[in-house]
Design a protein around this ligand. Structure first.
Ligand code: ADP
Ligand code: DP6
Ligand code: CO
Length: 361
């Protein structure tokens, strides 16, 4: 380092949106590298509504790597954080800030420590993909700080090692995570299918049934499913490959009835394999089931789907309306069936359009 003073701090801040899978990832073939047993497809949400903001800082006065999540210090000991840090450090390049008189060489990065401060503006570990926005943001901000010159596809393979779903948050619009074939995971990357402008009539509503942290994390839930469910192999090998092809076609053609049918069926099958796990895992609750009933009934009465529902590993509903009019009618229905301040009221509703990763740095 040209500057030997320990006073300087270099910082980068970035934001990353969450993404919600319409064809779900559930099950790993490699726990350490995080390699999935099937391809998945998701839609990236608008970071104005649900996003992670992460600031990463480096200074010669830091004597260890440290991280704060939602203002509380957490341990970086787990393999996932270490894997992401190692992969980014391995690609770090020279950084020069003439104004501050700072010069960091590629070699310096191996000995410098970072402090990470991350904040989710939505419930953490409640089935709204906080791990996706969180690890995408962590990898993206560290890559900026360390001047890593890799495209978002390569960065997605690093974010994947933090949390599988995180690889898809590196792109906006509809995104596919290709499971890949290689043992080292080099071809297990996110690929953008269409950007956020392609199907911009869609409106996404999040109905927060509960902000509480789930009892079974996605990581342990899917491990138990792979170990004990008789249905998961059929899902991964037979059902999902067909659905991936159909879903890509529906998205390309903006074919809402097919899109809605595939999205709802895939969510329901994911929760069915959770229930087929021993002991069974229940991510949805009675309110979630009532939301499904409400959407199904309305779609049937209209003769063609107006809204698709999908639930990740938690009770909260993600509703994708075919257009703004359907979204408004859906909200009215939700308010009628789940009145505010009643036993089954929903914490909040968020309407979001699809959007792309924004670099706030
Ligand atoms: P979710 O459904 O919210 O993705 P998961 O069980 O998959 O729930 O993951 C939750 C975990 O993800 C948290 O316990 C934490 O370890 C990690 N995580 C969440 N937000 C962040 C963040 N902003 N930065 C880093 N890690 C995060
Ligand atoms: C139901 O990506 O959170 O949201 O890779 O173990 O961190 P880890 O799991 P995670 O699992 C997401 C599961 C899901 C479906 C999906 O996002 O595809
Ligand atoms: Co997650």
């Amino acid at each position: 380092m040209a500057e030997q003073s320990k006073k300087w701090v270099l910082m980068v801040t970035a934001q990353a949106p969450t993404n919600i899978a319409v064809i779900k990832y559930w099950g790993k073939r490699d726990e350490n590298l995080i390699l999935a047993i099937n391809d998945s497809i998701s839609v990236t949400l608008d970071p104005a509504h649900l996003c992670t903001t992460t600031t990463v800082a480096v200074s010669p006065s830091f004597n260890q790597d440290r991280m704060w999540l939602n203002r509380k210090e957490i341990s970086l000991a787990g393999g996932r954080y270490q894997n992401c840090l190692r992969e980014i450090r391995a690609r770090a390049r020279d950084v020069e800030d003439e104004k501050k008189g700072i010069k960091i060489t590629k070699k310096d990065w191996q000995n410098l420590h970072v402090h990470i401060d991350s904040y989710n503006n939505f419930p953490t570990a409640a089935g709204l993909a906080s791990s996706a926005a969180g690890f995408a943001c962590l990898v993206f901000s560290l890559a900026k700080l360390m001047n890593v010159q890799e495209d978002n596809g390569r960065l997605s393979a690093i974010a994947r090692q933090g949390s599988g779903s995180a690889c898809r948050s590196l792109f906006g619009g509809f995104v596919k995570w290709v499971m890949g074939k290689e043992e080292n995971g080099s071809d297990s990357v996110a690929v953008p299918l269409v950007d956020e402008k392609h199907w911009d009539e869609l409106v996404i509503i999040i109905a927060v049934v509960s902000s509480r942290q789930k009892e079974t994390s996605s990581t342990s839930g899917m491990r138990e499913t792979v170990e004990t469910s008789a249905l998961i192999e059929h899902r991964a090998k037979v059902v999902v490959p067909k659905r991936i092809i159909q879903m890509e076609e529906a998205i390309q053609n903006r074919d809402f009835p097919t899109f809605a049918q595939l999205t709802c069926s895939d969510s329901n099958q994911f929760h069915a394999v959770c229930m087929d796990t021993s002991p069974p895992i229940f991510y949805m609750n009675d309110t979630s089931h009532r939301v499904i009933g409400c959407v199904e009934k309305w779609n049937r009465s209209e003769g063609t789907p107006q809204v698709a529902y999908t639930f990740d590993a938690g009770p909260n509903a993600v509703l994708i309306a075919r257009n703004r009019k359907a979204a408004t009618l859906m909200l009215q229905r939700l308010l009628f069936h789940f009145p505010p301040n009643s036993d089954t009221d929903l914490d909040s509703y968020v309407i979001g359009d699809k959007s792309i990763l924004k670099d706030a740095g």
